[in-house]
Write a protein that binds this ligand. Structure first.
Ligand SMILES: [Zn+2]
Length: 440
């Protein structure tokens, strides 16, 4: 494979504000679009009345209505036990579970990485950071490293999927308040995806997160406040993952086992924290650049179109005859979501399968809870999993047990969403793929 964009040599990174990588929101205008990552507008600023339940949130095609701030009692009731939204997470006072778990993890971290300290700033300013060119920590931001040295005992990050001609479909940065057009489209086309959700966005838009579960998408984590993880302390990095995982569990009753580092910023210290939380690190093989750079920094819509077309062309020319790409897409705003919908027909035509990353790894139990099952890859291939209409009746709230109503014979994600406590340490998504990240 040809690397059309290489990692920035560290000499270049030093002294500049890093604005590249995944989506480098360090430079992003969070308030440009409703629903973009960042603090949501206050209700009083928007006027009107927002969604009140999952159905009203999911059925609207009015972006203004969808993005009108609302309160959701089950999360409001537990909000005080979480970090403040859009601030760097820390372990909350009196959270004995988190304190205990972090204590054991931190002992390992202090033993394995006594000198691997946070670097730069959480906003991605690595000015003046000194780091060895030998990349001892497998720091993605420095070298695009995704395969830690075997001596670390850490698995390689997932960068693509083992199934040939298969597009591993995922969207970062949700839940976006105005994602109904995209989610309606995915439902219509019977497409499921892996949604990398930000904890603070879950608290902002819980009804939208509920829709993702109801629609049968796989939920992975994308940290609490979407900052550069290698710039955070052990406790902060732990808390960014811990409270996002907890938010998904408290709202949806499932415990994700995968995460994607914002901007791809991960090293062995952060991977160790993720591993201790049973979270597989997922990077990507191809970047559509459908992110904050759109229309800025020289990234034009034509270039994003070309990126999409380039990945499609690779399927057509045999480049994916032995594996499939994990493609970086975003539900960041209506433009990024629209770009995927524009190219989806061509993608579906060029690729044999377009599936969530879990499915491309033939993982039928994506969460810690064994009660939730996804179709196997072979079931998707055979078409036996095409039934999208799984009735879901989720009783939301902390630790809530959910009523389950799934039609007999359905092989779509079972939605057997239950308020199961901790547990499950299945070790993540399995296969390690020693394939270097290729960023278009
Ligand atoms: Zn992101």
């Amino acid at each position: 494979m040809t690397m059309t964009k290489r990692a920035l040599p560290f000499a270049i990174i030093v002294g500049v504000l890093l604005c590249g990588a995944e989506e480098s929101r360090a430079c992003q205008d969070h308030d440009k679009f409703p629903g973009r990552r960042g603090p949501r507008p206050r209700r009083s600023d928007l006027g009107g009345r927002g969604p009140t339940d999952e159905a009203s949130a999911a059925s609207s095609t009015d972006v203004t209505y969808q993005c009108t701030a609302y309160s959701y009692a089950p999360l409001t009731a537990i909000q005080n036990s979480y970090p403040v939204q859009w601030t760097t997470a820390t372990i909350q006072p009196n959270d004995t579970d988190a304190t205990s778990l972090f204590g054991s993890i931190n002992a390992t971290l202090n033993s394995k990485f006594p000198t691997d300290l946070p670097r730069g700033t959480p906003a991605g300013d690595f000015s003046g950071v000194s780091y060895s060119s030998t990349d001892p920590d497998c720091w993605w931001t420095s070298t695009l490293c995704t395969t830690p040295n075997a001596s670390t005992g850490l698995p390689a990050d997932i960068t693509n999927v083992p199934e040939p001609m298969t597009w591993g479909l995922g969207f970062d940065d949700g839940p976006n308040c105005s994602h109904n057009a995209l989610y309606d489209y995915l439902l219509q086309e019977n497409l499921k995806a892996t949604m990398f959700y930000i904890g603070s966005n879950i608290f902002d838009w819980p009804l939208q997160a509920l829709r993702a579960a109801s629609d049968g998408h796989q939920i992975c984590l994308h940290t609490w406040s979407h900052q550069y993880m290698t710039a955070l302390s052990n406790e902060q990095a732990f808390a960014e993952l811990y409270y996002t995982r907890k938010a998904v569990h408290d709202l949806l009753g499932v415990t994700p086992q995968c995460w994607r580092p914002p901007y791809g910023d991960v090293d062995n210290r952060i991977r160790t924290i993720a591993q201790a939380l049973n979270l597989t690190t997922i990077i990507w093989s191809h970047d559509t650049k459908d992110d904050w750079e759109a229309n800025t920094n020289g990234v034009t819509p034509a270039m994003i179109d070309a990126n999409y077309q380039g990945i499609i062309d690779m399927a057509l020319n045999g480049s994916f005859n032995t594996f499939g790409p994990v493609v970086l897409n975003h539900e960041l705003d209506n433009y990024t979501m629209g770009e995927f919908m524009k190219y989806a027909p061509a993608i579906k035509s060029a690729f044999k399968q377009v599936v969530p990353i879990a499915t491309a790894f033939n993982i039928s139990q994506p969460y810690a809870e064994s009660s939730v099952t996804f179709p196997t890859f072979s079931q998707v291939v055979s078409g036996s999993s095409t039934t999208p209409n799984v009735a879901v009746n989720v009783t939301q709230g902390q630790g809530a047990a959910a009523a389950v109503s799934a039609p007999a014979g359905s092989v779509t994600p079972s939605k057997a969403i239950r308020g199961v406590g901790n547990g499950g340490d299945n070790g993540g998504d399995g296969a390690s793929l020693a394939v270097a990240a290729v960023v278009l």
